[in-house]
Design a protein around this ligand. Structure first.
Ligand SMILES: Cc1ncc(COP(=O)(O)O)c(C=O)c1O
Length: 368
């Protein structure tokens, strides 16, 4: 008799369940300050809490297909209607649904690194081949830059998906608008991940490209500026025919009733979102200004709710910075060694108190 192992799809053995050690730690030790996962420090607004409470009372009923919120999202983004919008259990599920719609085992996904880790995981789950195109670290200018030429050069006949986050996590920067057009022109399914776009303003969105290029799909999330990471709500915007086709891959009722209506309440409360954005952007400016004064520390100017640093020039290692902060009650995010430097670490914006704390702790460690 064969072992059950012999029945797994060939690319599964060796892969592991995704567990974020930093998030596990934060839940285990709630006194630690969560400055590691690009969450929003503010609890949901009253209108979102009211919607959660209201729809909790009919949690015995199945959700519908989300026509109300899909119509709202279409209207907010200048699109025709709900057929232009697909909902997901966080944008992580949206990536998965798009990948499953296009990718066969052995086919390629191009990502631009350093970047968000979930593209890699969803590609691996499908037996895809991940092609990581590195951004360019301009050490003189202290900037990590997009390299659209290298992304285009990485295309092969097996390329099925290109994914670019704009602004990118962890680098916090934008790619030039004309480079989005150059990639869109290839006709290859092109995901533009706008998880953090609200922090810079919706005028920076490339959603208009979806009208001209049916291969362009915009992804967004309510986990960041809207502050609902635990609720799990993301969405895709695109050409109606494409969105409706890939929506056939959705797991039925993938977004629950409470989540959908709480998300609608959040979208309708633009003042609450804008208030969070303003708070965030002031905090980014404060931290960049304070830490920008440390000799040898490179601060990567961010358009998101996180800031990347390279402390190699101070003679310290990023992972030691993270360990030092943790001893003082703050969880930061270590980064792998990149561009020959082991000095990288990332800070997520926290509450006012936490932002002051993190500035003190980083100054202390890097200047002692
Ligand atoms: C670039 C980027 N995209 C998407 C997400 C996804 O989030 P979610 O699945 O919560 O929508 C994140 C979260 O950190 C991110 O950094």
């Amino acid at each position: 008799m064969k072992s059950v192992k012999d029945y797994y799809v060939p690319w599964l053995p060796g892969q592991k369940m995704y567990i974020s050690p930093h998030i596990e730690l934060a839940w285990r030790e709630p006194n630690l300050r969560r400055m590691m996962s690009n969450e929003n420090p503010w609890e949901p607004s009253e209108s979102v809490l009211a919607a959660i409470n209201k729809y909790a009372r009919i949690a015995n009923r199945y959700p519908d297909q989300g026509l109300t919120i899909r119509s709202k999202l279409a209207a907010m983004n200048g699109l025709d209607g709900p057929e232009n919008v697909m909902l997901g259990n966080g944008s992580s599920e949206v990536f998965d649904n798009i990948f499953r719609s296009f990718l066969l085992p052995g086919e390629e996904v191009i990502q631009h690194t350093p970047c968000f880790g979930i593209y890699k995981l969803r590609c691996a789950a499908l037996g895809g081949k991940l092609v990581s195109v590195p951004m360019i670290y301009d050490k003189e200018q202290g900037e990590i830059k997009f390299d659209a030429d290298a992304v285009l050069a990485a295309i092969t006949p097996k390329t099925k998906i290109i994914v670019i986050a704009n602004p990118n996590n962890p680098t916090g920067n934008f790619m030039a608008a004309e480079d989005f057009v150059r990639i869109a022109e290839t006709g290859i399914p092109f995901i533009i991940d706008e998880a953090y776009i609200e922090f810079a303003g919706m005028e920076r969105s490339h959603v208009a490209l979806t009208k001209k290029y049916p291969n362009v799909i915009i992804t967004r999330t309510l986990s960041k500026a809207y502050g609902l990471a635990g609720l799990r709500f993301g969405y895709a915007l695109g050409d109606a025919e494409v969105i409706m086709q890939i929506s056939a891959m959705l797991i039925p009722w993938n977004v629950g009733t409470i989540t959908m209506w709480a998300a609608l309440a959040a979208l309708e409360d633009q003042d609450a979102m804008q208030w969070r954005v303003n708070f965030n952007n002031q905090a980014v400016a404060y931290i960049e200004e304070e830490l920008g004064q440390i000799p040898g520390l490179t601060v990567f100017h961010s358009h998101g709710n996180y800031i990347l640093f390279d402390c190699a020039g101070t003679g310290k290692k990023g992972r030691d910075m993270v360990a030092y902060a943790q001893e003082r009650g703050i969880i930061l995010r270590p980064q792998p060694e990149m561009y020959g430097s082991d000095g990288f670490f990332r800070v997520t914006i926290g509450s006012e108190e936490e932002n002051h704390m993190v500035v003190q702790v980083i100054k202390e460690f890097l200047t002692q």
